[in-house]
Design a protein around this ligand. Sequence first.
Ligand code: ADP
Length: 397
Amino acid sequence: MKILVINSGSSSLKYQLFNMETESVLAKGLIQRIGISGSFLEYENNEGEEVLIEKDIATHKVGIELLLETLLSSEHGVLKDIDEVEAIGHRIVHGGEAFAESTVIDESVIKELEEVADLAPLHNPPNIMGIKVCKELMPTKPQVGVFDTAFHQTMPEKAYIYALPYEYYKKYGVRRYGFHGTSHGYVAQRAAKMLEKDLSELKIVTCHLGNGASLAAVKNGEVVDTSMGLTPLEGLVMGTRCGDIDPAIIPFIMEKEDLSAAEIDNILNKKSGLLGISGVSSDSRDVENAAESGNHQAEVALEIFNYRVKKYIGAYTAAMGGVDAIVFTAGIGENAIETRAGILNGLEYLGVELDEEANDMRGKEKVISKSDSKVKALVIPTNEELVIARDTKDLVN
Ligand code: ADP
């Protein structure tokens, strides 16, 4: 069974074609700058052949048509007939409260997604566009939506209601939803397997640390709290997002700098975080390099990043009444050795003993705590696309 996984953004679209018999990737690619000059498609098949197609990709439809052409190409394609694709799985950022699990997409689902689109105005409309185009180009193929918010829907009210007038929750759905749910769910499950324990008996803090970053407290297999909120802005320090701040700072800066709501939103989302503090870059590697050469703001940026994660681990341990495992994933979590050490050092009182030697590696599934550490620390590379492909397979079967 072959399944196409699509992550459709506003000007970019990522895709992977899976062979589900072996759960292997047959081909993958990325389309960039849709609707902007200089658009292109990068493609790679399972034999490592890489193709770059630079041409005008004015719309998502043109992009997906091109993607299908490359999959069928006699030179570097991996399909003889598009009918070999049995189903399409879509990553959808915001499912609101309507979607607590992955769902087969029909007209009523599209309608509900359109209703929650104002909760994620940058993400959901292009996600919906991807669905509509696939429906037009491959009308007989079942499509499945897999939501970033779904895994977090188990949170209790005390974790998701903000201390604002309750009517905003009722009228506009203002509450904590949380994101990266597919990743948190995947690594929590893998952690249980690696520790040879049942997920339903474990208290895990999962740390998804990439450009966007969030933590989840996963107790007995269910999320009880997570650091992102109504939008992916809340919580940790991220590449360009501020995470938690005193909300009064917002009107204060708006007044001082004479900014509109859109302008302050742009600053909080695009000009803050590691980039804002360091003044160097949103990429943690650049910030690490700058810190190594003595840049004070870069040093502080990394310290604040680690300190925020550490505080959340403490908070989530309290929320769960203990912790059995701390899991690191995504670009920084999988690769940044010093960041992992910086977060875990000082948590010995909780029962975490980092094994510096085991931690000295990048991008591999590994236990990085000492063998007698009461709390286990693990690195688990995430694989959101595989989860989307698996859910799609399960639902269409
Ligand atoms: P996104 O949220 O965009 O998917 P990623 O999960 O790819 O982000 O994470 C991007 C972050 O991971 C960047 O800050 C980058 O510096 C960091 N990163 C990626 N590879 C490495 C590495 N080898 N060492 C340290 N940091 C890395």
